[in-house]
Write a protein that binds this ligand. Structure first.
Ligand code: NAD
Ligand code: IPM
Ligand code: MN
Length: 355
């Protein structure tokens, strides 16, 4: 029987609730499709920081290296400044393991209403391909000056290699999907250096992929287009920050960010890839057992697909959708229901075993 060794980092807040709930579903998929999941637990979080002054041990990244994948809940909690917690755990993992693609599907699931008028399940269905290793996310810069004269500089880094590889990934991905259109998120009217370079590389990579049609929008009007006509998008490629924002806006128009998954991929498979929901630790509802586990479960399905367990991945998503449309089964409060995390995830597990 095939065995997948997974590093699990529940992290903070609802991460600790949705990750175990999702893992039970993935294990059931393993029972059904004849593979096992060997979980290695890493309890690194803001509590670790409070105890040790670090989000993870000094050899933390090395301890993650030899896993088939990393399954993460959420990082960040009040009490530790976000730039300390995130740059102490989540962002170093993405960088150390060269997970330069952040793949984030946006799909209106059956049983969930869009806040937009008259949108049928599946009518909103596109992918955000987010650059995940450089761009606006950087620790380069600094503060100088005092009082009214204080100046803060925050550098953005766009390398030719880093830009080209995410653009190539987006075009290859569109071809694999057989939906041959790529939209680029830019802002070359306001950002003087980085975005004109991004546009130049987008045009060059597009020219190498003549079978794929393209368009590009400045990020401001693109945000409006997501709301006004989301059906038009197939694959949307953006820099680290633009991709981050679009991958919350996308799920927002599908009713809730709580269902949105993501795959932090090292496409060359030299290092483990990491799978985590798009949402955060939700401090406002943490500890109540009412978080929606769909984002974590769907991230788990993406992980199974990455591990070559396509059938199991499809079954997991079929089970989620079946529970969402079953009038007998309650949803979590964010979707207007009264279910708990555990009850909802167990309904998915039961449905899966019945499929
Ligand atoms: P958030 O996603 O944690 O919460 C935003 C809102 O959505 C809250 O009202 C929350 O209750 C709700 N929500 C989120 N996930 C939900 C779920 N599964 N079920 C039901 N409701 C859900 O965003 P935030 O408040 O901006 O961030 C909180 C903390 O999480 C911060 O420290 C932030 O930096 C961190 N964060 C981490 C990640 C990550 O680890 N990948 C992602 C985003 C935010
Ligand atoms: C995400 C999150 C992270 C990001 C934060 C917590 C650093 O918002 O995964 O989308 O911006 O990448
Ligand atoms: Mn985000």
């Amino acid at each position: 029987m095939k065995r997948h060794v997974i590093a699990c980092i529940p992290g903070d807040g609802i991460g600790k609730e949705v990750l175990p709930a999702a893992m039970a579903v993935l294990k059931a998929a393993g029972e059904k499709c004849s593979f096992s999941i060997d979980v290695r637990q890493f309890d690194w979080s803001c509590e670790t920081y409070a105890q040790t002054g670090k989000m993870m041990p000094d050899d933390g990244l090395d301890r993650l290296r030899d896993h088939d994948a990393i399954f993460l809940g959420a990082v960040g909690f009040p009490g530790v400044p976000d730039h300390i917690s995130l740059w102490g755990l989540l962002l170093p993992i993405r960088r150390e393991f060269d997970q330069y693609v952040n793949l984030r599907p946006v799909r209106l699931l059956p049983g969930i209403s869009s806040p937009l008028r008259d949108k049928a399940p599946g009518s909103i269905d596109f992918w955000v391909v987010r650059e995940n290793s450089e761009g606006e996310y950087s620790q380069i810069g600094g503060r100088t000056g005092l009082g009214d004269d204080e100046i803060v500089v925050q550098q953005a880094i766009f390398t030719r290699r880093g830009t080209d590889r995410i653009l190539h990934y987006a075009f290859d991905f569109a071809r694999r999907l057989d939906r041959k259109h790529v939209t680029s998120a830019t802002k070359s009217n306001g950002l003087f250096h980085s975005m004109p370079f991004w546009d130049e590389r987008f045009a060059a990579v597009a020219a190498e992929n003549p079978d794929i049609t393209t368009d590009q929008y400045h990020i401001d009007i693109l945000a409006a287009q997501f709301v006004m006509s989301p059906e038009r998008f197939d694959v949307v490629v953006g820099s680290n920050l633009f991709g981050d924002i679009l991958s919350d806006l996308g799920p927002g128009i599908t009713g809730t960010i709580a269902v949105a998954p993501s795959a932090n991929l090292n496409p060359e498979r030299r290092y483990p890839s990491m799978f985590e929901p798009v949402h955060g630790s939700a401090p406002d509802i943490a500890g109540q057992g009412i978080a929606n586990p769909i984002g974590q479960i769907w991230s788990g399905a993406m992980m199974l697909e990455h591990l070559g367990e396509e059938e199991a991945a499809a079954l997991v998503m079929q089970a989620v959708e079946a529970v969402l449309v079953d009038p007998e089964l309650a949803k979590t409060p964010d979707l207007g229901g009264k279910s708990t995390t555990a009850v909802f995830a167990d309904a998915v597990r039961t449905k899966l075993l019945e499929l």
